[in-house]
Ligand binder design. Structure first.
Ligand code: SAM
Length: 264
């Protein structure tokens, strides 16, 4: 039976595992490096383990929280001049309501981490940097290189939009209740416009999704109807290779080739 923490019983449906290890909390805050004047939003502040030190370091903090009990608590504990609490689901939150040059941080609930990363991708232009704690396996997929088991759609699409760095691991014992898995901290910095060399990012998304849809199949099969043998030859890509052998640059070349052919 899990014991309450500061009078709050962790809710599984909201992925609640609260950070309690002061050294880990310090390390994460140091990685975020909050400065006075920074615009920062924390997703899922929970009982405030990261919220408090972040608020101390910057003039004002925004948080997005879904749990009504925790929202009420945050509002009682912190004045609105220091903390703005946005109530509701971060997956539906309009981040353009917040100031530009935003730092986005959070110990993300595992059950929503992948859709949330894609949702935040839509706001990349307004973001300076994102620092998240996620399940270690998810971080491995995010930073994965071609020809590895962890390499797939998530990694390719995020690496197109962001520079990513895996910073350090966090063991289950740093939380209450302890999760079953190890976590890891990842830093994501939006790439400048000059590096975004794909002419149609939506088409890139469709091609990458198809290429990894059936991992064991060849590119000729997974991209049938989109890329012909003649196209593969023109691109210098082997049609009997599998998606996991292609680099991000290869996927961008395929997408740009298909986009140009459609315009021609
Ligand atoms: N930041 C705290 C910490 O490190 O101790 C809590 C982290 S806990 C893993 C995840 C937090 O996200 C909880 O406070 C939970 O209520 C909140 N949460 C879960 N789903 C959410 C959603 N869809 N939108 C906003 N917050 C959510």
């Amino acid at each position: 039976m899990v014991k309450p923490l500061h009078g709050h019983l962790a809710r599984k449906r909201f992925g609640q595992n609260f950070l309690t290890d002061p050294n880990i909390i310090r390390k994460i805050v140091a990685a975020i490096a909050p400065q006075p004047g920074d615009a920062i939003v924390e997703i899922g502040p929970g009982l405030g383990a990261l919220t408090r030190p972040l608020m101390e370091a910057c003039e004002h903090l925004h948080v997005v929280e879904i749990d009504r009990d925790l929202i009420a608590r945050l509002k009682t504990e912190h004045p609105p001049e220091k903390l703005t609490v946005h109530e509701g689901d971060a997956l539906k939150f309009d981040f353009s309501r917040l100031p530009d040059d935003l730092k986005v941080v959070g110990n993300l609930p595992y059950n929503i981490s992948t859709p949330l990363l894609f949702h935040l991708g839509d706001y990349a232009e307004r973001v300076r940097e994102m620092t998240f704690m996620l399940q270690k396996e998810v971080v491995e997929r995010m930073v994965a290189e071609p020809d590895t088991e962890a390499y797939g759609r998530l990694g390719v699409m995020l690496q197109y939009r962001f520079r990513m760095a895996r910073l350090f691991d966090v063991p289950p014992g740093a939380f209450h209740p302890a999760p079953k898995v190890t976590s890891a901290i990842v830093r994501m910095q939006p790439r400048p416009q000059s590096e975004l060399d794909c002419t149609d990012a939506k088409l890139l998304g469709r091609i990458v999704t198809a290429a990894f849809g059936q991992r064991r199949k060849t590119l000729r099969n997974t991209l049938r109807g989109v890329v012909s043998d003649a196209d593969f030859e023109a691109l210098g890509i082997d049609p009997v290779a599998r998606g996991e052998t292609l680099s991000l640059a290869d996927f961008v070349r395929i997408a740009n080739y298909c986009a140009a052919r459609e315009v021609a």
